[in-house]
Ligand binder design. Structure first.
Ligand code: GCB
Length: 612
């Protein structure tokens, strides 16, 4: 076993760490609909080696190991000093972050090496991919001691082709995961959430035919008709390969040939289509077949568009009764990933009367968007372009672009996802404007069917003599967004709650606004006067005053207050109150509902009743 690790290290030595990592052959594969493909799960116990100085990766001069040496031994030497042994190392669960699984790793930021043995039998005419749902933050993957791929970005999936690396019988995979924060990363050094490291989502071996469907995009076209249009992409197909799309329940079937780029284009006219909506989240079984191979998905069809300051779902103006959610696991804390985590979080959102959630501040596990599809909850999905990133660094832009593309690609066939967000609370500077304009362009190119938003900050004008405060949405980014998002903390970081009803809102743009954050901290069970911070009553009062203000904003089309549940943050230290939790949750991390939950619920129920 020790030898195994040193052979892995020998391969590690040749790699370096560019800012944007791609697969070994330079092509990054991403298999959409990974959860419906033929696969073997590698979830479970993985042996781990905690390597705080990244000693397996760098030599004593902190150079990536140049030539197959590990420590002072040559790999072929017979008297090797073996200091590492996966088989004797303890295990951690995958999926799962390391911080919440072992006390000594609670604050750990650095490298952990993961290893798993697996049996495999290659099947003729198939290709094999190692699919990683998410590895926070950088991952280097080795199969049977050989490099398979690298990936940067902690919240999006990637697939390494390992067809030529696996063999019949016993195999092993090693993944070097490092979650050190870097100035040029996305996100960067400072975030208000826990930097949970590790293999935080499922790891699978996916088998595909030799010519395989990696990606497709099937959407209801905007307008009054019922045309389902889009394309299916094949890898390694000859031009003219026939691809068939079927929606049996609608008696639809169409066959189209691939073009020189491997893309087959479809346009299916559906009669009696039941559109997806929060009231009736209808999903259809969709079959994609090439030759004898078939891939199944469940897809809802609806349109989403912006007209003036309205958001139209299926052609009708909709108000987004939302709430923000972090991927923090209810009851146990740690990174959320399971079906049960998703059911609890989205269940509370439903109970609140929400028809919309902002999945902050990074793409969540695919189980969340799948469940949102089934439950009829609309979703705002975002990339971790958060606060202060290196706007002038082209590698950082390439990294953010890649994360955005991976997010869109994974979820663009989900009816629930109605908005892509490119940034949160970024500074109003020319460099940031240029950077985010490029991301908006990318989002529109990757997905012409969805509006793009970002959570902005606003300008505040001096109070009038009567004590009226005016907030103006004039961030130049607003010109390029389809929907404006705005974060404000009147009553918490700004003034007292009674300032909210004395605040008026103006916008330079004739566009819909979502108040993407507001709120305040309360420790569940702490009671006092409405003027006493940290009490449930103070938070409840913020919600009451905010709702009074929000009702007066003519172009408001939704809100996602901050936040559904308390979440861990290293910035929140106050003993006995915060204890490393941001306490702005409407529900505590133990699942207890605070008073403000019921204020928002009452408001949403009144809106829900109006729209019926
Ligand atoms: C914000 C951030 C969010 C924080 C929140 C807070 O504006 O967007 O990530 O957690 O405020 O609680 O301060």
């Amino acid at each position: 076993m020790g030898r195994r690790f040193s052979s892995v290290i020998a391969v590690v030595c040749f790699s370096f760490l560019p800012n944007l990592l791609t697969a070994a052959d330079g092509k990054q594969t991403l298999l959409v609909n990974a959860d419906h493909r033929a696969s073997i799960s590698l979830d479970g116990d993985w042996h781990v080696i905690v390597d705080p100085y990244d000693n397996g990766y760098y030599d004593f001069r902190m150079q990536p190991r140049p030539d197959g040496y590990f420590r002072n031994e040559k790999p072929d030497s017979s008297d090797k000093l073996i200091e590492y042994d996966f088989s004797k190392s303890a295990t951690l669960k995958v999926p799962g972050d390391w911080n919440s699984q072992r006390d000594s790793l609670f604050f750990y930021e650095g490298t952990v090496w993961y290893e798993k043995d697996f049996q495999y039998q290659r099947r003729p005419n198939t290709r094999t991919f190692l699919h990683v749902g998410a590895a926070n933050y950088v991952a280097h993957v080795y199969v049977n001691g050989k490099k398979a791929c690298d990936h940067e970005g902690g919240f999006t999936p990637f697939d390494c082709e390992v067809t030529d690396l696996v063999h019949d019988g016993g195999n092993f995979v090693v993944i070097h995961v490092n979650n050190q924060r870097t100035r040029d990363g996305v996100p960067t050094l400072n975030t208000d959430w826990w930097n949970y490291g590790g293999l935080t989502r499922d790891v699978l071996l996916i088998e595909t035919p030799e010519t395989y469907v990696d990606d497709y995009y099937l959407q209801l076209q905007r307008g009054v008709g019922s045309i389902i249009g889009g394309w299916v992409h094949l890898v390694d197909s000859a031009a003219g390969t026939p691809v068939t799309v079927k929606i049996p329940e609608l008696s639809l079937a169409q066959t189209a040939p691939t073009d020189a780029q491997g893309r087959a284009t479809f346009s299916l006219t559906a009669t009696n289509l039941q559109r997806w909506s929060p009231e009736k989240p209808k999903l259809y079984d969709v079959e994609i077949s090439v030759g004898g191979d078939r891939l199944n998905d469940t897809i809802g069809f609806r349109t989403i568009e912006v007209q003036g300051d309205n958001i139209l779902l299926n052609g009708k103006s909709v108000f987004l009764r939302g709430v923000s959610i972090h991927a923090e696991a209810p009851y146990r804390s740690g990174r959320a990933w399971s079906e049960q985590d998703a059911e609890t979080l989205l269940g509370w959102a439903k109970e609140l009367g929400a028809n919309f959630v902002r999945l902050a501040h990074y793409p969540h596990d695919e189980r969340m968007t799948r469940l949102a599809d089934r439950m009829g909850i609309m979703v705002w999905s975002e990339v971790p372009v958060y606060w202060m990133i290196e706007w002038e660094n082209p590698a950082t832009l390439a990294n953010a672009t890649n994360q955005l593309q991976e997010m869109i690609r994974r979820d663009r066939n989900k009816a629930s996802v109605v908005l892509w967000s490119v940034a949160n609370e970024t500074p109003n500077t020319p460099a940031r404007l240029a950077f985010l304009r490029k991301l908006i362009e990318t989002a529109h190119t990757e997905d012409p069917g969805r509006p793009v938003t970002a959570a902005l900050l606003v300008t505040t004008q001096p109070d009038s003599p009567e004590g009226i405060r005016t907030k103006v949405i004039d961030d130049p980014l607003g010109e390029y967004l389809d929907v404006l998002g705005c974060n404000e903390y009147i009553g918490w970081y700004e003034g007292t709650p009674d300032l909210a009803p004395r605040t008026r809102w103006k916008s330079k743009y004739n566009k819909p606004l979502i108040m993407s954050e507001f709120g305040g901290d309360a420790k569940f069970g702490l009671h006092g006067a409405t003027t006493e911070r940290w009490t449930e009553e103070y938070q409840e009062n913020i919600y009451r005053q905010q709702i009074a203000m929000l009702k007066q904003i003519p172009f408001l089309r939704g809100l996602t207050p901050w936040i559904l549940m308390d979440f861990r943050s290293p910035r929140r230290e106050l003993p006995d109150i915060q204890d490393f939790y941001n306490r702005k949750g409407l529900v505590s991390n133990e699942g207890q509902k605070k008073k403000a939950f019921f204020v928002l619920q009452e408001y949403y129920n009144s809106l829900g009743a109006q729209s019926k």
